[in-house]
Ligand binder design. Sequence first.
Ligand code: ZN
Length: 243
Amino acid sequence: MMERILERILDWIFPRRCIFCGGLMEEGLICEECGEKLPWLEEPLCRSHMGRVERLYAALYYDGTVPNAMAKFKFRGRSQLSRCLAALMLERMGTELRAEHCDRILGVPMHPSRQRRRGYNQAQLLARELSVQLDIPYSSCLKKIKRSKQQHTLRGRERKNAQKGSYRCQSLHGEKILLVDDICTSGETLKECARVLREAGAGCVIGAVVCKTPQYRDWKRENDKMLAFDPFNEMINDNEMSV
Ligand SMILES: [Zn+2]
């Protein structure tokens, strides 16, 4: 009874709004209209063997109303959106992630100084939500030790080099790791984290993100036969808002 009263008071103070368009709603996380228009990936498994990331899962393309929702989550202090976004991830890739049977889950770390300024790390918030929902122990074995330039100011090779020596990991013993981030653009951040995790002894690294940039989709459609060649890193000119 008390719970219901509290819920009604909270609804009155904080009316439910769609996380994508901001429209008022009766219930749920996403309004009907946005739910129909969301740029879902055709398949949650979007890349295999991306560097040392064995498989990468994504729920949405970074397209349409998604960038606005991600910006709210990342830059405008809406850390509580982690619950909604983790629910979206689970809706799309829950079955696949459960079937991976990972031993530990972690979010891409931020440099402590940047995290202090923002007040939270959005990737770790997502990982914590997923840890509870998937019943996988949360780990903070990976740390960011070097501040890197904002990724969106860099291109291709620069972006790759900027990540070098940025992360450190405590010793692992063959664990299968689920590595979580909010957005995947070039994939350099996830690849570098996976490389460090494997070097520290992880047996396998699986990646999971809320969304990925759509350029890859367009590129893939046109160049499906050229998958061995990966111009993705060079081509992309995105607005990745990195760790
Ligand atoms: Zn909406």
